[in-house]
Design a protein around this ligand. Structure first.
Ligand code: FMN
Length: 243
């Protein structure tokens, strides 16, 4: 059953009145705490952001928008200030058709692993907008950027990858604020994308993003609308002091 849970609540989870908490409490009155206007705008964008597959119109990007959203991505925090990402802009129809054929094949491989309810639910789910979106932005991770002395990566090798994901999220939110859609496609083999786009061996293609104008953004994630998964309430993922 799909829960009617709204992912975004401006009320912190059940802080007990006698237990001070970084999350804050309800305060002395029952009035909701004031949210600064800039924060309200950001929270609204966070709430509106969706992974888009079926709503791309294919219209041209608004002037300057691509540069602005790439600028937002490039402003992301990164381990050791390495900025280990690159953005490959793909418009060529043949390249996109080749990618789409590969994604379809990988989709079929995944579908073949499913049975029963999972198979039925997955069947109608669209998993990419590679052909319909205006362009693709492939975001890569170069582990050699700033190496060997990457400040902050000596204990956690994945910190470079985390940095790339933050750039992607910045791009996603900026695109949403611009009224554009973004869809993350991960149904691919990294080597296929390397070969397709001439990416060096040491560099990992982290995300194939479909980007462009959309008819609208859904209010509920596709996977929830199709009964594949439900979002978890915030309260169940907040733990106090220890796991
Ligand atoms: C790392 C990552 C990979 C994803 N890969 C795909 C994908 O291959 N195809 C797809 O349709 N959605 C993909 N998604 C989108 C998720 O399914 C989507 O974010 C999730 O269902 C929640 O929906 P929302 O983004 O609209 O809130 C991916 C998301 C992430 C973060």
């Amino acid at each position: 059953m799909i829960s009617s849970f709204s992912m975004w609540s401006d009320q912190p989870s059940d802080p007990s009145p006698d237990q001070p908490s970084a999350l804050g409490g309800p305060g002395p009155s029952c009035a909701p705490p004031a949210v600064p206007p800039a924060a309200a705008g950001l929270y609204e964008v966070v709430r509106q952001r969706r992974d888009v597959r079926g709503q791309f119109t294919g219209e041209p990007m608004p002037p300057g928008a691509l540069h602005r959203i790439l600028g937002a991505a490039h402003s992301a925090p990164s381990v050791g200030l390495t900025q280990p990402w690159d953005f490959i802009l793909v418009e060529d129809e043949e390249t996109r058709a080749a990618m789409h054929a590969h994604v379809s094949q990988e989709r079929a491989c995944f579908a073949a692993t499913l049975t029963g309810d999972r198979a039925e639910r997955f069947a109608p789910i669209k998993i990419d907008g590679v052909l319909e979106s205006t362009l693709s932005v492939v975001v890569t991770y170069d582990q050699d950027r700033g190496a060997p002395a990457v400040l902050g990566r000596n204990t956690i090798a994945d910190a470079g990858l985390y940095s790339v994901c933050l750039a992607i999220e910045n791009l996603w939110l900026a695109a949403t604020a611009e009224g554009l859609g973004v869809g993350w496609v991960s149904f691919y083999r990294e080597q296929f994308v390397r070969d397709l786009l001439g990416i060096p061996e040491r560099v990992r293609p982290v995300a194939w993003l479909c980007v462009g104008p959309v008819s609208h953004l859904e209010t509920t994630p596709d996977l929830e609308r199709h009964g594949w998964a439900v979002r978890r309430p915030l309260d169940v993922v907040i733990r106090r002091e220890r796991w």
